[in-house]
Design a protein around this ligand. Sequence first.
Ligand code: NG6
Ligand code: CA
Length: 518
Amino acid sequence: MNLTLRKLALGFMLVLLCGSCEAPEPETAETATPPNIVLIYTDDLGYGDVSSYGATAFETPHIDQLATEGLRFTRAYAPSATCTPSRYALLTGEYAWRRKGTGIARGDAALIIEPGRTTLPSVLQKAGYTTGVMGKWHLGLGGEGGPDWNGDIKPGPLEIGFDEAFLIPATGDRVPTVYVENHRVVGLDPADPITVSFNEPVGDEPTGRDHPELLKMHPSHGHDRTIVNGISRIGYMSGGQAARWVDEDMADVITAKATAFIEQHQDSPFFLFFSTHDIHVPRVAHDRFAGQSGLGPRGDVILQLDWCVGEIMGTLDRLGLADNTLVLFTSDNGPVLDDGYEDQAVELQGEHEPAGGLRGGKYSAFEAGTRVPFILRWPGSVTPGATSDALVSQVDLLASLASLTGVTITADEGPDSFDQIHTLLGHTSEGREHLVEHNSAGTLSLIKGPWKYIEPSNARAYNQNTDIELGNDPNPQLYHLEEDRGEQRNVAADHPDVVEALSALLEQIKEDGRSRPD
Ligand code: NG6
Ligand code: CA
C-alpha cells in the first residue's frame, strides 16, 4: 500500500471510530479499503419522480434497488432551485448566492469556479482518489471571455480537481451541441470551426423561429434559434458539423464514458461524478425508451435515466466493486413540465405528481424547487432499506466526504459545508441545524427545525410559461413544514417572534460569509 493510500485508510478508520452515534457502529472489516464514490447527479428530477419516492405511473426499478439496498432521505435538498448554483455549491461547499455570476450559466460562460480553490474533487484527489466527471457541466468553461471551442478549452474541470472529464458543456438545449473531452471538442474538424453567439445570428443555418417546418420538436417558449438534429436551441451556432451530438444517443454516450471510467480505475479508489442530461429538456429518449412510459417524452427519459443507473450498478457488480462503493443518487433541482418545448409533458401527466405533493417546482422557493430524492447506498456500512428524515444538503458533501476520507479542511474551505458524514451514513438521525435555500430570483429561505422562513421579495410570484409558483412575496412567509408539508398556510402573522429570529439568523449567515459551525 503506498503512502497516500495508507493515509486514506487511516483517516477513514478514524472517522468510523469517532463521533457519537445512535445506531451501532457499522462493521469495519470492509473499511480497510477506502470506498469508491459514485455521485449520480440527475437534472430536474422531482421529489415524486421515482417509484421509491411515491411515483406509481411508471417503475424505476434500478433507482428503487438503490433505495432498498441503501438509505433514503426524505428531507434532503439541492442548494438551489436551478442547475448552475446547485452545482457550484455542490462542488465548492459554498452557497452560490454568496457569489455574483453563479446564476444559470450561458452556453459560452467562463468557468465560474476559480482554479486552485478547494473543491469536492480536489479534496478527494488529496485523499488519493482518481476523479472524473462525465456528463452535464454547466459551470462555464475557459477564462475571461469564455471558451475557445476550436482550441484548448481551459480552465475547466481539470483545473479544479478532476483528472478526467467528458462533458455536455452547458445543457442539452444550449449551443454548442458538442461534447468536450478534457480540453477539446470531441470529433471537431479543424476545417469546420465552431462559432457560437447568444446575441446575434452567426452562420446561415435555419432557426426554429424562421423554419418551424424543419423541427421534430417545437419550442413553447424560447429555444427557437439554431436547429440541430431537428430541435431548435438557445443560441446560435455554426460549424462543428461532424462534432454535433445526436440527442437520442446522449444517455448511451455518457453512460459508456462513465462505465469505462469505472473499469479503468477499478484497482484504486475513484470518484465518479456522473452528471446525467436526463431529465432536462429537450427530452429526446432513445428508441428503446421512446413511447414506453405512457407519459410522453418526460416519462420516457425517466425510464432512460433509470436504465443509466442500472448500467452503473451492473458495472460495479460485474467488477466486484459494489460492496466497496458508496453510491449517491440525487437531483440538482426540482421538476418542471413545460420548460420550453412542446413535448406533451403537461398533456400526458395524468395522475403523476412530479413534485410528490410539494408546492412549486424548479425555479421556486417553495419546497418542490429544492427538496429532491437523495439515496445513499454503501453495502455493509449503511443499513439497507432505511429511511432518514434528517435535514441534509448537497452542499455538505465536500466536508462530509473530506471527513470520510481523512482530509482536513480549513474554515475557509467549503464555508457552508457541514460535516454530516454520520447523518449521511445513518449513524444518527440528527441533521443540519439550519439550511439556506435559494430560488431562481435570488430569494433566500431559511429552514430550521420544523420552520421555513422565506424572505420578502418583489420578484414575480408566478411564471406563466412554466406554470410554476416561484414563492416570491413582498411579505415574509413562514411555514410549519411538519404540519404543513405543502406550504399552504403562511403563519408569519401568528408567529412574529419566529419570523424575527429566523430573519435575524439569515442576515447573520449572509454577513458572516460562512456558516459551517467550527
Ligand atoms: C432557462 C431555460 C430552460 C432551462 C433553464 C436551465 C428558456 C426560456 N428557459 O433559461 O429551458 O434551460 O434555463 O435549466 O430559455 S437548468 O436546470 O440547467 O438550470
Ligand atoms: Ca437542473
